[in-house]
Design a protein. Structure first.
Length: 430
């Protein structure tokens, strides 16, 4: 299956010509790794920022850092997800799924570098998730993954927190983390999944014990979304010995195959804005990346072709400097500001796996530009110690003042670590 072509979808001529000119620059992931010597310093600095700056060390968090306010009763191990250098104020947003992705990043970083100094940070991040999991009663397995609403659980936020638990279980041998992840997927199957529709209800009120619909999340008015983040349905099926979870995964994928628009993406589902055609920067990653696992699991090339189209969408959306702007529209038009380093880093994670799956070199040049861009977005000598080592996520529009236009999200750093560590491991055959 390694002959699958990058040309699964048509590209605009200028993009096609640009990649034709640069396709021969790299022939392997090892070439890309060699062309990015700065990763050896950038990756540890990024991990140190998560460990030494972003992570909450106390059981409770100061109210000014939790303006929504999310109703977690235990905060130790969570990550302060957002920082405004202009005001020097922190904020937390989606700490469960951001934390799960941070745990995954730190596990990959330890594997890539052999440096174990971030392991306790990863363990503390996972313990935060486990402290926020229901262990008894009808909601046993539910993780209280609060996101936009202070006391309502988001199904996608549960799913995206889990792969880090599997990674940490493998790294430490502690099966508590794996068991917690499997239990969470089982809860989603039993409570959130709409059988036969290929979707999950998205907002759960644990106080009332029922799902609610606070706003429209699908263009056609469906009560949920097709959610397959990190293919954890498959992982949980294997680890928990529950084949029914695999069946749910493929039912959801069939829904995604039907609803794909534009090619390699799904604008009809939030957080995309179907009204304007604006597409969220990590959308193709959330829905397209698990297709590679589906192809590896089944050998069905339909899934690999979808992943290729998602990878191609990112190639077209990537800017010449290597970055990506938030809410790129259906014609790949963007605003001038509102960058999304986390988006192009998640694309990089996908491009690495697409090269391994297809052996097509077209993924390598954009991968190099993306990681080079991220390295240039790292704060290496800041005056503000809260910035030391993190990756800049976004530049805000001018507001008429001389306040800093920088906007920090932990996701820029988290997905940079995942992409950089993934490249290191893959370049070495790990």
């Amino acid at each position: 299956m390694r002959s699958r072509s990058c040309n699964a979808i048509n590209r605009v001529d200028t993009v096609a010509e640009r990649f034709e000119m640069t396709m021969s620059d790299f022939s392997s992931l090892a070439n890309v790794r060699a062309a990015l010597p700065g990763l050896d310093k950038a990756l540890p600095l990024a991990c140190d920022w998560l460990a030494n700056v972003a992570q909450v060390r106390s059981e409770q968090i100061e109210p000014e850092s939790n303006p929504r306010p999310l109703t977690h009763t235990w905060w130790k191990g969570a990550f302060r997800g957002e920082y405004h250098p202009a005001t020097k104020r922190w904020d937390v947003f989606c700490p469960i799924w951001h934390g799960g992705q941070a745990v995954k990043a730190l596990c990959l970083a330890e594997r890539a570098t052999g440096d174990g100094r971030w392991r306790q940070t990863a363990v503390d991040g996972a313990e935060f998730i486990l402290h926020n999991q229901v262990t008894k009663g009808p909601d046993a397995g539910l993780i209280l993954a609060y996101e936009d609403l202070p006391d309502k659980v988001c199904s996608s936020a549960i799913l995206e927190s889990l792969d880090g638990l599997f990674h940490l279980s493998d790294l430490t041998g502690d099966t508590r983390f794996q068991d917690a992840a499997v239990a969470a997927v089982m809860w989603l199957r039993d409570h959130a999944w709409v059988r036969g529709e290929g979707i999950l209800r998205d907002w759960y009120d644990p106080g009332q014990g029922k799902f609610i619909d606070p706003y429209q999340i699908a263009q056609d008015g469906s009560v949920g979304r097709p959610l397959v983040d990190d293919a954890v349905w498959l992982t949980a099926a294997r680890r928990g010995g529950e084949p029914s979870l695999r069946a749910v995964f493929y039912e959801i994928l069939e829904r995604l195959l039907r609803d794909e628009h534009p090619a390699g993406n799904w604008v009809k589902y939030r957080p995309c804005q179907w009204e304007t055609g604006q597409i969220h920067p990590r959308h193709a990653f959330w829905w397209g990346f698990p297709m590679i696992d589906a192809w590896r699991d089944t050998g069905d090339t339909r899934w690999l072709d979808v992943a290729i189209r998602s990878g191609q969408w990112y190639m077209q959306a990537q800017r010449l400097d290597g970055g990506l702007l938030r809410f790129t529209d259906l014609e790949f038009r963007t605003a001038c500001f509102g960058h999304a380093t986390s988006g192009i880093m998640s694309a990089s994670v996908m491009w690495i796996e697409l090269f391994k799956a297809t052996a097509q070199t077209c993924w390598l040049e954009p991968l190099h530009r993306a990681l080079d861009y991220a390295c240039r977005m790292q704060f290496t000598q800041p005056q503000d110690p809260n910035l030391a080592g993190c990756i800049l996520e976004k530049v805000l529009e001018p507001d008429g003042t001389d306040a800093s236009p920088y906007y920090i999200r932990d996701l820029g750093t988290i997905f940079f670590i995942q992409a950089a560590a993934g490249l290191m491991l893959s370049a070495e055959g790990g």
